[in-house]
Design a protein around this ligand. Structure first.
Ligand SMILES: CC(C)(COP(=O)(O)OP(=O)(O)OC[C@H]1O[C@@H](n2cnc3c(N)ncnc32)[C@H](O)[C@@H]1OP(=O)(O)O)[C@@H](O)C(=O)NCCC(=O)NCCS
Length: 177
């Protein structure tokens, strides 16, 4: 069962995320960050035990980010990761948000869920705000992937400020104007 996370899930969410973070598979999350972002989180609850988690963060009116996707190593390969990403997709549909993105090493996994590889510079500037906390910010090797929910209309309102060309952002390669 997938359900919104509660404050009581935080120790277990921390344990799962940070077991992967220690192996360099994803970003470490502190308790302070997990408390602050708790409303974004859902957990996969298997008979009372949390075995996976995911967060969906709103970047702009037409873009969310799938964050902190992690499945307990003992439960990988059972469709739990897929179910958690599908929960994010349903959240986007509910909110009327057209695109989901992920920065990931798991290209094949996300391709199977309808995501496509895009150039990092095609994502808005706001996406890179978290990178200051990332130990790999000076040599980011994550792959940017996006899934578009074509049935959802393009929203009115201003477009997100783009990632400026020719400006040094550590996570991106230098892009000529
Ligand atoms: C990536 C991760 C979330 C996948 O979760 P999971 O529960 O093991 O994946 P699922 O069982 O739902 O797999 C769904 C599909 O993707 C495939 N898949 C899963 N991991 C894969 C991998 N590393 N490489 C290739 N295919 C993979 C599965 O074979 C399955 O394919 P199918 O639908 O054709 O049967 C999990 O391995 C994990 O927590 N990894 C460490 C943290 C991480 O990298 N998180 C992603 C941060 S963006």
């Amino acid at each position: 069962m997938i359900r919104p996370a509660t404050i009581h899930d935080v120790p277990r969410i921390s344990e799962i995320i940070n077991s992967h973070a220690e192996l360099g598979r994803m970003l470490f999350k502190s308790y302070a960050q997990l408390y602050e972002d708790l409303r974004d989180f859902a957990v996969y609850d298997l008979d009372g035990r949390v075995v996976g988690c995911v967060a969906v963060a709103i970047i702009w009116s037409d873009l969310t980010e799938v964050r902190s996707l992690a499945v307990d190593d003992n439960y990988r390969g059972r469709g739990i990761g897929k179910a958690l990403v599908n929960w994010c997709v349903e959240e986007c549909r509910r909110m009327g948000i057209r695109r989901l993105m992920s920065l990931t090493y798991e290209q094949t996994f996300f391709e199977k869920l309808g995501f496509e590889v895009v150039g990092k510079e095609s994502l808005p500037l706001k996406v890179w705000s978290d990178c200051v906390r990332c130990p790999k910010r000076d040599g980011c090797d994550e792959i940017a992937m996006v899934r578009t929910l074509h049935e959802i209309p393009i929203p009115e309102g201003p477009a997100a400020p783009p990632t400026p060309r020719g400006v040094s952002i550590p996570v991106l390669e230098y892009v000529e104007e």
